[in-house]
Design a protein around this ligand. Structure first.
Ligand SMILES: NC(=O)c1ccc[n+]([C@@H]2O[C@H](COP(=O)([O-])OP(=O)(O)OC[C@H]3O[C@@H](n4cnc5c(N)ncnc54)[C@H](O)[C@@H]3O)[C@@H](O)[C@H]2O)c1
Length: 362
């Protein structure tokens, strides 16, 4: 095993570690220190199960590992699959000292985390994220959720994992489109919190796209450090501090909703959404045009979309009006003030927003 980095995430119920390194899924007994001795149930998705599920017994130091295998993608985040996990836990007669292992992307992590939050009013879970998006974002911070027929992520809980193991070697099997979508969230961290990380991403974009091991490790570690710092300051997303992590996301949710869920990958919508927010920020005088162009150039180098082509401004605006960040009916957006700085605000011109949604320069 080369270089394992550990980042601590502060939380009211106790800090937990995020480990980043290659081969974390290959360490015999590598999970033991976070288990309380009760039973263990792994939750994973079909594709991930085929590649990685057989690693779990060794990782647990056991002969076998019980598992629930969910469909790939958003379909896993349903009430039905959440209930399946809970029923299996009950069948196995798991007690309060048990643990769920969430092995997979953000969808598996979200539904398994929510099952862990609910079973016996809360049991342990460990995140073993296998997508770039899950490693740099969804596995850290304790937001768990499922989708309902009245909206995405609308049923959930804050429930922090006991530990997160980001095995960057697992990213080698990720399809290119999924990998690029994760890079959008990495760029987001540079934009909202760290201009020198943004510069590092510009200088290393080719190596990163080629999934160079050292580059990947650094990109995941720095992203997790930034997320850990911000969620540590605002665990339950109440002060507006954590909201900066939603840079581009109000536009992204509107894009995903308007195009129909599944058409765009979340990270692709975030890329276009960040470009739209940046356009608005330039129009409002907060961001320099040269910095907006740098953002577009970096996202473009990663093969990500820069606008929501083909989606009508009215449809997008209607979807934005239902965003969770809005306050008393007013749209609130995260707008950058420069590279590495952003804030949540409702103080912008609606004419400029309409122009951005229509694909024009405000
Ligand atoms: N909880 C949070 O804070 C938070 C933050 C951001 C996003 N999310 C949620 O995360 C979800 C998206 O997560 P995602 O982008 O990881 O998508 P995903 O979970 O759908 O995974 C993408 C696809 O890649 C496959 N896969 C996963 N790892 C693989 C690997 N190593 N090799 C090959 N295939 C692999 C999966 O089976 C799936 O088909 C959304 O539901 C979003 O709402 C949650």
């Amino acid at each position: 095993m080369t270089n394992i980095e550990t980042i601590e995430v502060a939380a009211a119920a106790g800090a937990y570690p995020v480990l980043v390194g290659e081969g974390l899924l290959n360490r015999p007994g590598g999970l033991k220190e976070w288990l309380r001795g009760g039973g263990v149930l792994a939750v994973t998705s079909r594709t991930v199960a085929e590649i990685y599920l057989d690693r779990l017994p060794a990782l647990l130091g056991a002969d076998e590992c019980e598992s629930v295998i969910l469909p790939d993608g958003e379909e896993a985040k349903s009430i039905g699959h959440w209930q399946r996990i809970l029923r299996r836990m009950a069948e196995l007669e798991l007690g309060r000292d048990c643990a769920l292992l969430a092995l997979g992307g953000g969808c598996v992590g979200d539904v398994a985390g929510f099952a862990a939050a609910c079973y016996h009013r809360g049991v342990d879970y460990l995140q073993l994220p296998t997508t770039l998006l899950a490693q740099v974002d969804s596995s850290v911070g304790g937001k768990t959720a499922i989708n309902t027929d009245w909206g995405k992520n609308l049923l959930g809980a804050f429930h922090q994992p006991r530990a997160v193991l980001c095995d960057t070697a697992a990213l080698s099997t990720l399809p290119q489109r999924e990998f690029a979508a994760g890079l959008a969230e990495v760029v987001k961290y540079g934009m909202v919190a760290d201009s020198s990380f943004f510069g590092w991403l510009e200088n290393n974009n080719r190596r990163l796209l080629a999934r160079d091991a050292a580059c990947l490790r650094h990109a995941v570690k720095r992203s997790v450090e930034i997320k850990a710092r911000i969620v540590g300051e605002d665990e339950h997303d109440r002060s507006g501090r954590r909201a900066v992590l939603n840079f581009g996301h109000s536009f992204a949710h509107a894009i995903e909703h308007s195009a129909g869920y599944g058409e765009w990958l979340h990270g692709e919508a975030v890329a276009a959404g960040m470009c739209m927010a940046a356009r608005l920020a330039v129009g409002e005088g907060g961001l320099r045009e040269t910095d907006r162009k740098r953002l577009e150039a970096l996202l473009s180098a990663f093969g990500l979309p820069l606008c929501a082509q083909g989606l009508g401004a009215d449809t997008l605006k209607r979807a934005m009006l239902t965003d969770k960040k809005n306050l008393k009916g007013a749209i609130r957006l995260v707008l950058p003030d420069g590279l590495g700085r952003a804030r949540l605000t409702s103080d912008f011109s609606h004419e400029s927003l309409d122009a951005v949604l229509a694909g024009q320069q405000p």
